[in-house]
Every structure is written in C-alpha cells, then in structure tokens.
Write a protein that binds this ligand. Structure first.
Ligand code: GLY
Length: 397
C-alpha cells in the first residue's frame, strides 16, 4: 500500500506545529500534522504572557527583535485566527488581553535588579516607566504594602494558551489540514532526503517536506541524523491555577511579576476569573512531577507579592517542559538534510512567538528561504555535535 502523502508533514501538534500547518495550508500546500493529542503539550501549562519587554535578558538582543515583531503581529493574528476557527460567537475567543504588566521589587536586591532591567530596556529603545511602591499599589491595590518600586510596561500583554491551541486545531481542520492523532516513531530518510515519518503502528506517512515541531521531544526524535538533530532540552516549569470569586474581582487588573530571591514569579489574571501563577525553572530532564516544594515556593513568593492570594481556591497544579536551545532562541527553517525543517527551541517564548513562527515557516515551506527577520535563527548556527561522516540514510527507506 502506498503511504499517504502530503506536501508538508508537521511532527508535533502543539501551538508551533499547528500554526505552521495552518499557515502552510493557507498558502495552498497540502498539510498534515501528527500528534497523539493535538493542541496539547506545553501550551496546556503555559501562562500565556506576551512579555517581550519584561522578560528581556542581557545578550538576547537578536531574540528581542523577533519577540517584538511577533508581539506587533499579535492583534491581527488573533483576529484572523478567531475568524478562521469559527468566530468568537462560535466559542473561539483566544483570550487576548492588552492589559500590560507591572514588574515589582520587594527588597533592595530586587529593586537593584529591576533598575538594571529598566536601564537595559531604555538602551534597547523599549518603553517602560519606573514607579514608586505607592504608585504601584495605586495601580494594583492588592499588592503587598512592602513593595519598593516597580516597572510599568504597558506593551506586554497576555493570551490564553489553551484557547489558542483549541483555535489552532479548529483553524487547521477548517483549512483542510489532515490531523493524524498518533505517535510518530521516526523520520523516514530516502536517498539522503527526509521523506516522511513512520508511525508507532507501522503506518508510513510520506511528504515532500517534514517539519520537526515536537517541542522538547524534537531533540530526540528517532531517525534524524545526528548532524541535524536539534540541540533542544526540556526545562521544567510548574504552574498553579487559582480562581478569583466574583466578590473579589478585580483582584489584579494586569500581569504582576517579580524576582523573589532569584526566582521569577508571575501572576496572570484572566478576564474569566482564572489567575495563573508561574513558574519554576528546573533542569530535571523529562520529569513532569508536581512537587510540594515547587507549589510551596510559588505560593510563598506569590503571597509575598499579593498576600490576599491565600484566600483564593487553588484549582490546578501542573508541570510542563519548555523546549530550550543553547542560546534560548528558536531554531527555524531548513536543516542540512534536504526536506527536513525545524520549528522548535522556543524556550520561554513559544506563545509569544507563535504568530511570527507561522509566517516564517510558511515562507520557508513555499520558497525554501528564511525571511529576513528569521535569518539569525537558522539551525545552521549550531555546529553539529560530532563530526558527521555523511547524511546517510538512518531512517526507513
Ligand atoms: N515565559 C514564561 C515562562 O517560561 O515561565
């Protein structure tokens, strides 16, 4: 029996794989996605901050450009996606909220850290405003009286990643993307070219182009030659969900975050009353256990910021895996193996980078070239881990 064939086969149905398939289908390519649980993955855990400015780090100026570009595209992307998925009236509101962010300091060390961030933002031409503790509490009355100052960033917004994932699944299906709810076992390489994937049940799916968008699993997908296997590793994040009873609303009106004793904590209030508190950052391999220590640290730090949080019902605890690359930036575009592309390694910015990733990958898949804004994110920037004799077929042919 001939394998089922498409122009593009995306391995991984998280938000990055889905947006890639959706955009490819819009450009007239026949597209398929393979994932046992489309719309699952890290998006089910992520808080959905679109935090290009408040999550700026030294040495990540190139990534900042891509993050800002994606943030700029977000409103139009959301409007188009919601429409394509069936409309807001049809339940496809992705919870985009232009609410801004307040990053606050609880002690002198935190304040010094925030002052540094403010200076870096200023040097990078970004908009943020320094506020006194009193001004912070005027904006967010639930903040602890001890808050020593903060940075108001009106351009860092939020989206609900679970709703985003659901809308992308619907948009894919309405655009004719074939969704295979199955495990992909390995890449198929035929005559030094990626030719499809073999599923766990033995079915072969053939494609002219394969996109590996399997999040942290991308780094160990079977059949990919070592020379092109992406250097992506899992970084665990534990996240809590609470619910704000109507009588307490509005508990917070924007995202509030801080660095407490060196750990990032953020509180993301949704319009529907959900309050997401994240996140730990743990290098523990594939472990996704929710630990007492993780929950304790998040609640302790969040309580120092917003004492009233202890009154709220705790509705969910969950851990996910961020796909991290050696320079914290994504790997986008063609690899040295013809026919194989990457869309992975988005680390802390997967939700933020979804719009620009979809556009970039659609250009790659239709022209073979990375657009200007994504050239710096080519997988070729990482040398192969070991001298590779050749890209000889290691998959099933
Ligand atoms: N961007 C938030 C996080 O990765 O925790």
């Amino acid at each position: 029996m001939h394998p089922r064939t498409s122009d593009v086969l995306v391995v991984g149905g998280g938000i990055i794989g889905l947006v890639t398939a959706w955009r490819a289908a819009q450009r007239g390519l026949s597209a398929a996605v393979v994932d046992p649980e489309p719309g699952g993955g890290a998006a089910q855990v992520a808080a959905g901050m679109l935090a290009a400015v408040t999550e700026l780090h030294y040495g990540e100026e190139t990534l900042l450009g891509l993050n800002l570009e994606s943030a700029r595209r977000y409103p139009d992307f959301v409007a188009e996606l919601q429409e394509a998925a069936g409309g807001v009236a049809g339940g496809m509101d992705v919870g985009y909220r232009a609410c801004g962010t307040l990053a606050v300091a609880l002690d002198a060390d935190d304040r010094a850290h925030l002052r540094e961030l403010h200076a870096l933002q200023h040097r990078s031409g970004l908009e943020s405003e320094w506020l006194t503790g009193r001004e912070c509490r005027r904006l967010e009355p639930m903040l602890a009286p001890g808050v020593r100052g903060g940075l108001r960033v009106d351009g860092d917004h939020q989206v609900d990643p679970r709703r985003l994932a659901a809308a992308l699944v619907a948009a894919c299906e309405r655009a004719g993307v074939v969704v295979h709810r199955a495990w992909a076992e390995r890449l198929v390489v035929v005559r030094d070219r990626a030719g499809g994937v073999l599923l766990k049940d033995g079915t072969e799916l053939a494609a002219d182009q394969v996109v590996l968008a399997a999040g942290s699993l991308s780094g160990r997908f079977g059949g990919v030659p070592d020379a092109v296997l992406p250097p992506v590793r899992p970084v665990k994040g534990q996240v809590l969900r609470l619910s704000v009873p109507r009588a307490y609303a509005p508990f917070l009106s924007r995202t509030v975050r801080a660095v407490v004793r060196g750990s990032h904590v953020y509180l993301v209030p949704r319009e529907n009353g959900e309050l997401v508190v994240g996140a730990t950052s743990e290098e523990l391999g594939w472990d996704t256990t929710v630990t007492a220590g993780g929950v304790y640290e998040l609640l302790r730090d969040a309580h120092e910021l917003v004492p009233g949080i202890t009154e709220l019902p705790l509705t969910e605890t969950r851990a996910g895996l961020r796909p991290a690359s050696p320079d914290n930036a994504p790997l986008l575009g063609p690899t040295a193996l013809p026919g194989l592309h990457l869309a992975t390694g988005h680390y802390r910015n997967g939700v933020l980078l979804t719009p620009v990733t979809g556009d970039v990958m659609a250009t790659v898949l239709t022209t073979g070239q990375l657009p200007e804004e994504a050239r710096a994110f080519t997988p070729a920037r990482f040398p192969s881990p070991a001298p590779s004799p050749s890209l000889s077929p290691v998959g099933v042919s």
